[in-house]
Design a protein around this ligand. Structure first.
Ligand code: NAD
Length: 356
């Protein structure tokens, strides 16, 4: 018996969700809701002709076949949808970033906790094999003293991408390379090296003079364990190259490029290292030049895990509370760039992040 999923938001990235559900042995797409009904109809036609179409969230939530809601609306609209879904007794998987503020994120977490519903987030890169291996090695202490973690996201998004919907260039709706695109990699650094103690960021618009948000961010993060982190992210760098995530300890170095392990070297080699060195696939597209140039398999892993979590009564692999620190770092980057100075965490008075 498969678990019924409803997708809320049938826009640009929804086909990835629908494809992941189509390929999943554990889940099936039973309904799609978009306030632009034709978008929901198109998605259903292409991926699940038997699924229901709705243009109103309440109608989606009233459908008993929907057991899990995937929230795939623009960033600033996630919170209300998640809270409503939990109140209707649905489990939720929410796209990243979970919300635009820590207060809204906490509201989502509380609503799902009180309703005894799961709440996972699609920061799907965490489930890529090279990241799993890095995390395991860090937990085992194989890197020795952690020295640096670096994320380099040298991507390209065209002016047409930014013009395709008003929210893509509106800061309060969730636009900006830091919170929108680099969020995945800020999350990876936080996941691998956190907790963070301070953030110092600079932001710029290098390649999109017509949009009023940053398309480039450079930031330094100081972690409580003494490691230094850096984020260099941009959507102005045509044609875009694969993301690199680099981990350096005094006992070893690991680098993921795209979805593949590029470097895996420890002073004390283990027999399994040779196969770990070959994990991932360098040929897989990772959205470097286009938002939709992504495989659905990473989303499918999040979906399959969520079904397992429901059936086994455990937490999902990426619970929302585990993504909150990445949001805090991203918000601190905005405040730091605005003030021109480092910002210490925890972030106090987070409403001031967006002040002009
Ligand atoms: N995990 C990833 O790799 C990844 C990649 C791209 C985008 N995303 C995230 O996915 C989300 C959606 O991004 P997108 O590019 O598809 O956006 P989009 O604007 O193309 O699509 C959003 C859709 O939601 C619909 N919508 C908005 N409010 C609604 C409401 N109240 N009820 C019903 N439908 C509503 C819109 O009509 C639109 O069709 C964002 O949170 C984004 O950050 C994640």
């Amino acid at each position: 018996m498969t678990t019924g999923f409803g997708i809320l938001g049938a826009g640009m990235i929804s086909s990835l969700h629908a494809d992941a559900l189509k390929n999943s042995p554990k889940a099936r797409l039973v309904a799609v809701c978009d306030r632009v009904r034709e978008r929901a109809e198109k998605l259903v036609r292409e991926y699940a002709p038997e699924a229901k179409v709705y243009s109103d969230l309440d109608a989606l939530l009233a459908d008993p076949a929907v057991e899990v809601v995937s929230v795939v609306t623009p960033n600033a609209l996630h919170t209300d949808a998640v809270v409503a879904a939990a109140a209707a007794g649905k489990h939720v998987l929410c796209e990243k970033p979970p919300a635009m503020s820590l207060a809204d994120t906490d509201r989502m977490i509380d609503a799902c906790r009180q309703a005894h519903r799961k709440l996972g987030v699609f920061v799907q890169c965490r489930l890529r094999e090279p990241i799993r291996q890095m995390k395991r090695a860090l937990d085992e202490g194989r890197f020795g003293r952690l020295l640096r973690v670096d994320a380099a996201m040298k991507w390209y998004r065209s002016a047409d991408y930014y013009r395709s919907d008003a929210w893509r260039s509106d800061r309060r709706s969730g636009a900006g390379v830091t919170i929108q695109h680099a969020f995945h990699y800020i999350d990876l650094l936080s996941y691998l090296a956190g907790p963070a103690e301070s953030v110092h960021a600079r932001m710029a618009n290098l390649g999109h003079p017509d949009i009023p948000i940053e398309d480039t961010v450079d930031a330094m993060i100081e972690f409580a364990n003494g490691a230094i982190g850096s984020v260099a992210a941009s959507t102005a760098l045509w044609p875009g190259t694969d993301v690199r995530i680099e981990v350096f300890g005094d006992e070893g170095t690991a680098i993921m490029q795209g979805t593949a392990m590029a470097v895996w070297k420890f002073r004390e080699e283990r027999p399994e290292d040779e196969s770990i060195r070959r994990c991932g696939d360098a040929a897989v597209a990772t959205a470097a030049g286009s938002a939709t140039a992504l495989p659905s398999v990473d989303h499918q892993m999040v979906i399959d895990d969520c079904v397992d979590a429901i059936q086994c009564g455990r937490e999902p692999a990426i619970p929302c509370h585990s993504v909150r620190p990445a949001l805090e770092i991203a918000l601190a980057m905005y405040r730091s760039a605005r003030l021109g100075e480092p910002v210490r965490l925890p972030l106090v008075d987070e409403n001031r992040v967006w002040e002009d």
